[in-house]
Design a binder for this molecule. Structure first.
Ligand SMILES: CC(=O)SCCNC(=O)CCNC(=O)[C@H](O)C(C)(C)COP(=O)(O)OP(=O)(O)OC[C@H]1O[C@@H](n2cnc3c(N)ncnc32)[C@H](O)[C@@H]1OP(=O)(O)O
Ligand SMILES: CC(C)C(=O)C(=O)O
Ligand SMILES: [Mg+2]
Length: 513
């Protein structure tokens, strides 16, 4: 199988992401992880950028033993000398030289004509060749460079001694067809091209960085350059994990492979995200939190029956434990039952259906239904007290400038609907006074507590109350994403418990008589 070399530039182009700044310790930590991931080449930084980056590149060069270490340099002697200094101690050093070749960059940025670009690049490569056996030359903005001039630049770089020729689509402008065609043309037309490696370096401005890298591979590229999580200048670079997994998953189509240790992908992604502070979007391919998560019932059902129905690769391949079936409002009974079994509850069909109905009501209110939410729902369902009173609705009126009031609508076991209103010294007190009126029970609230069962601002609130009547005390519990509703439910639950307990006492009394 054809090998595709992986050139990781997380520490250089990745660090060019606005807001990202990696210190020496962080660069070394990421470099060690990249080594474990098995990347072939690590671009550790741009030594001429600052003394700190020079020192960081040097620390990486000394620390890493199993990858080529690269430093970036403009086509200028002082930059090349900075890379020489930075790569001291590297087992396998490589200089990365670049000069822009496109008409826009030539005219406005470099203020050079074609001839000057050729001469400057050649002089830099020849100077560098005295110190480096491995030199990669990049024709910056190759994507917008006249193809015949790009061939000329490439031929010059090969003659001057470059060992890798990189074709950057610096501004992420090209379509896969156009980008692939550059590689095909260079392969066909440039003398000596067979003696060097061709490299693809893409940016994601139009969301085509990965597909362009793949197009380059299909047209003869030997190496892809990219970053972990696709971080980098503007919209970022090709995400290495995406190319590696595309090649792995579609070997039948691409017929090429990287030598990455794929099971290190998830760990590397997490580390880079942590140290750069760049959060990985949930829907990011391969490494996003949702990449192996399924929320909708039909997909979950398919997954439970056969994973390949909805997964083209396995989470284990990239070092994750397993796929996730996330319960939410789109989930179905199959996944719900499976989740409850995982939590240790194998419910009979009827109870399952009742709990499922409650779960759907909760899922309408919450983004994610967590294990804690489910346990709370289950506890409520498993302890089944007959509902003499059922809370149908509450309305609360609160302002800090008036007395809080509440109205409740309660359905009785006999089928009557009772509506009552009351005021109180707070919203909860007003609700409880209204429920007292509706139930006509005379009870004392001896305890009230509230806690959050799950996390986040849409977490379930759980209210516990203790009601007493004569010598009998009962507890009630209510759950809701709204604490006033949870409070009302807990109170009504306690009233039902109280009535149930009273019945048990009176039966016992009759027996003893
Ligand atoms: C596509 C890419 O990712 S390229 C890499 C981009 N990365 C970075 O720029 C990060 C590190 N850069 C830096 O720290 C600074 O830009 C430095 C230290 C390299 C240079 O800083 P300064 O000397 O202040 O120059 P400044 O950045 O303002 O301008 C760049 C100069 O380099 C020239 N230049 C740009 N690319 C090249 C090149 N490949 N070869 C030679 N000269 C170049 C520009 O034309 C400009 O020259 P001028 O001063 O004669 O007009
Ligand atoms: C330095 C070069 C290779 C680069 O990052 C680009 O052109 O995008
Ligand atoms: Mg780049």
């Amino acid at each position: 199988m054809r090998k595709i070399y992986v050139f990781d530039t997380t520490l250089r182009d990745g660090e060019q992401s606005p807001g990202v700044n990696l210190n020496t310790r962080e660069k070394v930590e990421i470099a060690h992880q990249l080594e474990k991931l098995g990347v072939d080449r690590i671009e550790a930084g741009f030594p001429a950028a600052s003394p700190g980056d020079l020192a960081a590149v040097n620390a990486v060069a000394r620390a890493v033993k199993n990858a080529t270490i690269i430093g970036l340099s403009r086509s200028r002697q002082q930059d090349i000398d900075a890379v020489r200094e930075a790569l001291q101690g590297a087992q396998d050093p490589c200089l990365h030289l670049f000069l822009a070749t496109s008409p826009i960059h030539r005219q406005y940025k470099l203020r050079m004509d074609k001839q000057q670009v050729l001469e400057n690049a050649e002089a830099a490569i020849r100077y560098a060749k005295k110190y480096f056996s491995k030199i990669e030359f990049s024709a910056e903005d190759a994507g917008r460079t006249e193809l015949d001039f790009l061939c000329e630049v490439t031929a010059m770089a090969i003659r001057a001694g470059a060992t890798v020729i990189n074709i950057p689509d610096t501004v992420g402008y090209l379509s896969p067809y156009e980008y692939g065609n550059i590689f095909k043309t260079l392969k066909e037309q440039v003398p000596g091209i067979e003696n060097v490696q061709l490299s693809a370096h893409c940016h994601d401005d139009l969301g085509m960085a990965t597909v362009n890298a793949l197009a380059a591979i299909m047209n003869g590229a030997d190496q892809i350059e990219g970053t972990i999580n696709g971080i980098g200048e503007r919209a970022g670079n090709t995400a290495i994990e995406e190319v590696a997994m595309a090649l792995e998953t579609r070997q039948d189509f691409f017929g090429a492979k990287t030598s990455l240790v794929l099971s290190e992908i998830a760990r590397t992604s997490r580390l880079v995200s942590k140290l750069t502070g760049m959060v990985v979007p949930g829907n990011k391919a391969i490494v996003g939190a949702n990449a192996f998560a399924h929320e909708s019932g039909i997909h979950q059902d398919g997954m439970l029956k056969e994973k390949t129905t909805y997964e083209i690769m396995s989470p284990e391949t990239i070092g994750l434990k397993e796929s996730k079936l996330v319960l939410g409002k789109h989930s179905g009974r199959h996944a719900f039952r499976e989740k409850l079994i995982d939590l240790g509850f194998d419910l009979e069909d009827e109870l399952l259906n009742q709990t499922f109905a409650k779960f759907k009501v909760l899922a309408d209110k919450k983004k994610d239904v967590t294990d804690e939410d489910l346990l709370a729902l289950l506890e409520e369902k498993l302890v089944d007290t007959p509902e003499v009173f059922k809370l149908e609705a509450i309305y609360v009126s609160y302002s800090n400038e008036s007395i809080p009031s509440a109205k409740v609508r309660i359905l009785t076991a006999a089928g009557d609907i009772i509506e009552e209103e009351a005021e109180g010294n707070g919203s909860v007190d007003a609700i409880y006074n209204a429920i007292d009126r509706a139930s006509t029970e005379e009870v004392t609230l001896s305890d009230y507590s509230i806690k959050s069962v799950s996390h986040g601002k849409d977490a379930l609130g759980e209210v516990h109350v203790v009601l007493s009547q004569n010598d009998v005390a009962v507890q009630g519990r209510g759950l809701s994403t709204d604490i006033l509703e949870a409070s009302a439910r807990a109170y009504v639950d306690a009233l039902n418990q109280l009535i149930e307990k009273r019945k048990t006492f009176s039966k016992r009394d009759r027996v003893s008589l």
